[in-house]
Design a protein around this ligand. Sequence first.
Ligand code: GLN
Length: 393
Amino acid sequence: MNNTYLISLQSKLPNVGTTIFSQMSKLAQDCNAINLSQGFPDFECHPELIEGVMKYMQQGANQYCHTAGLPALREQIALKTARDHGISIDAETEITVHSGASEAIFNIIAAVVKVQDEVLIFEPAYDLYRPVAELFGAKVVPVSLKKEDFSIDWDKARSAITSQTRLIIINTPHNPSGTTLKAEDLQQLSDLVENTDILVIGDEVYEHIIFDNQAHQSVLRYPELRERSFAVFSFGKTFHVTGWRVGYCIAPTHLTSELRKVHQYNTFSTFTPAQYALADFLQKEAHYQALPDFYQARRDALRKWLADTPFKLLPCEGTYFQTVYYGHLSQEHDVDYAQRLTREVGVATIPFSPFYTQKEDNKHLRFCFAKKYETMEQAVALLIKHGDKLRQP
Ligand code: GLN
């Protein structure tokens, strides 16, 4: 271009860059490192899912779907929810299929938040909540999780509530820390919002990746929460197809109708062939019921191998992420440390500081174990081989 005039644009998200997930995955690729950073499986989904998508494409299911999602899929989601949580959901008016859980969360925030409303999040928080809330003019109120175990300090949460609080976002099992909320936490949240107009997002995309025989504590199970919550789920996580971008939201009818107003103008509808394939596959409960064991075995293997490195392992109760502490090895900033390990050791991880408003650096790294055993074994072998690189005062 010869014209050097630069059109001025005041950024609506001046503090946002490329996500840490994209950054670390790119760096891993550039350095030919083993990528245990961005959360996605390096193994295949069930072949029936792929056959299903191909079959339905060949049969001509290639046009727009119902904006709320394929009725047969919503029907299966309602049945699944009844099986899992013993509650009845109206497939017609309470379920909306989205192009990924991220789209659902974006649309929910867009639908309910007004300028100056306050949105309470718990930090470290998944990185999309803050920018999206800010895009719609909300004020984000971060409440830190407890330093020692990433649990919620409910007194702190209570004191962060004001007359402006519109929305509270919880995430269990929790990304990035791998902790879970317990029944007492959901009870505390119920008490906190009782007799208010506060809405809740339950980001529950790792609902089936939960360990040691815990029951997933969905907002749907608590009547006080159910009536004011948008519960968000992800087929990408449950069926090893993060790239398909299919998730869904369950919310009471009057909340769902507001959500659908946004969804219809965002993506309108979600990839049709995948919805048909998922509707068939959801009838096989066995897959997702085996998921806790499937991932618990990977968690245990990674923990066993990592025990031979100098990292300190934090507990992992759910998600496919293992957190480690490295503050006794190096005082480097976590982003620098993660980048250096990618370059010098050949293993990419996710540092925690991007998940805090104040970019707090507590020397935590997240390892993804949605990987083949050999991938994880090779990664740990590199960490052991280059042990000297982990220590850098
Ligand atoms: N949820 C994934 C993770 O935590 C990242 C998804 C993405 O990159 N958008 O690693």
